[in-house]
Design a protein around this ligand. Structure first.
Ligand code: C5P
Length: 433
């Protein structure tokens, strides 16, 4: 039987036709504006929790993978079964789930997420997030994740306007949490005002527009940067002239394109690129430990650090003294582990990018390194003679198995963006083929 009346409409990439009195979606596609993005949807306790079910559908229509965590109070409004069916994944609500926590499930979940979205976010949840509480699964995940966090507040308009709530929201915003909404309108309590949760389609569109969901959304990049210092005694070390600027620019560019970025930094005087997680190290051995601890969770490893090749066999416990009758000092050096080669030798391994800083025969040395270390890509540059280190600009020769491209001299920010785009393209080809 044909319904009585039909009207066609287009909304945010979705074409639907509504029939009165029913509304039936006859063409149900939403352009994939969140392709492959791993969205961890947190649902807190509030009547708007019922809208989160629709949100799961819309997120999946947009191409996202969704896992749902319910707060204890959310489970009073909606059931885990609904979300399990809609997301196609098990739903978690407790930090004390023995089966999942045997394998540190909350940390796995925090690492899995490419984007955390809490919708609805109740006044209580916002307060607990602002205070860094970790007394349930959802708040613990928000502390443990490196993914961007967005919240969609939903509450009575007086609660939303309360200075305590506003202070909590300001605090969360200052920490980089995106606050989506709330909207104005009639509320479940019968009153009207600001406090309605945004509609599912609006939330999906807002997520796609955050910039945190760019070309590299859902990818985890590990970048090493800067020099390493190898201690000779408590006051002296062997270092090198790397400023870390190239690696930091790569981390910033990958982050801007939507990746989750962990930056392992040697001793440098540079500000952490916003939105990245920074691990400071000093020596090559510390850098190796930090990289190996992260690498299993990484899709791409860019080794931009100028890792010291040698270190003193043992750092002296006290400062060396000039001794009478000795005109020199002999240091015994041992070779440092090659972190890049070690990562490239793993299986499975991320897409592995190395650097080759050369003072002569750049291409020949870089080609040899590409093959010897079994890299997916090497970025070679000439250093010394006022080139490369400690400068704001650079030029790179990119070599990969079967290809080459020269990136002309420019500032390191632009160069890093170009390099990140090339890495993304080559990796996509590798994944596809
Ligand atoms: O062999 P070479 O030091 O020229 O290789 C440079 C590349 O190898 C860089 O990407 C650097 O980060 C990495 N490397 C490393 N561990 C070392 C030496 C270099 O990861 N011990």
């Amino acid at each position: 039987m044909r319904p009585a009346a039909a009207t066609g409409e287009r909304r945010g990439g979705r074409i639907s036709v509504s029939y009165r009195p029913f509304r039936v979606c006859v063409v149900s596609y939403m352009s994939q504006i969140l392709p492959g993005v791993r969205v961890l949807l947190g649902v807190s306790g509030g009547i708007a929790a019922y809208k989160a079910a629709e949100l799961v559908r819309r997120l999946r229509d947009a191409g996202a993978e969704v896992r749902v965590v319910l707060s204890a109070n959310a489970a009073r409004f909606v059931t885990a079964l609904t979300f399990q069916a809609l997301s196609g994944n098990p739903v978690r609500s407790s930090l004390w789930d023995e089966a999942a926590e045997g394998a540190m499930g909350h940390i796995e979940l925090a690492r899995w997420a490419g984007q955390v979205l809490i919708a609805p976010a109740s006044a209580d949840l916002l307060a607990r997030l602002a205070h860094g509480r970790a007394d349930d699964l959802l708040t613990t995940l928000c502390l443990a994740t490196t993914a961007p966090v967005a919240v969609a507040p939903a509450m009575n308009h007086q609660m939303w306007a309360h200075p305590a709530t506003q202070a909590n929201v300001a605090c969360l915003r200052a920490r980089g949490v995106r606050v989506l909404g709330p909207a104005e309108g009639s509320q479940a309590c019968g009153e009207s005002g600001s406090g309605r949760m945004l509609e599912a389609a609006e939330l999906v569109a807002a997520l796609a527009a955050t910039g945190s969901v760019g070309e590299l959304a859902g990818q985890r990049w590990l970048v090493s940067a800067g020099p390493t210092y190898e201690d000779i005694d408590p006051v002296r070390f062997i270092g090198n002239r790397s400023s870390g600027r190239m690696g930091f620019a790569i981390a910033a560019a990958a982050r801007a394109a939507g990746a989750q970025v962990t930056l392992v930094a040697g001793p440098v005087a540079l500000a952490t690129p916003p939105g990245t997680t920074r691990i400071d190290v000093r020596s090559a051995q510390q850098m190796r430990e930090a990289v190996l601890a992260q690498v299993d969770h990484s899709d791409v490893f860019v080794s931009a650090a100028a890792v010291g090749d040698f270190r003193p066999a043992a750092a002296a416990p006290h400062k060396f003294k000039k001794a009478d009758g000795h005109s020199g000092l002999e240091l015994s050096l041992v070779q440092n582990p090659d972190i890049l080669a070690e990562v490239a030798a793993r299986s499975p391994r991320p897409f592995v990018v190395g650097f080759a800083a050369e003072t002569e025969q750049v291409e020949a040395h870089a080609q040899a390194k590409l093959a010897r270390k079994r890299l997916d890509l090497i970025a070679a540059n000439e250093v010394g003679h006022e080139l490369g280190f400690e400068r704001d600009d650079n030029a790179l020769l990119l070599l990969w198995p079967g290809g080459r491209e020269a990136l002309a001299r420019t500032d390191k920010t632009t160069l890093a963006q170009d390099l990140v785009a090339r890495i993304a393209r080559l990796r996509a080809r590798q994944v596809a083929g």
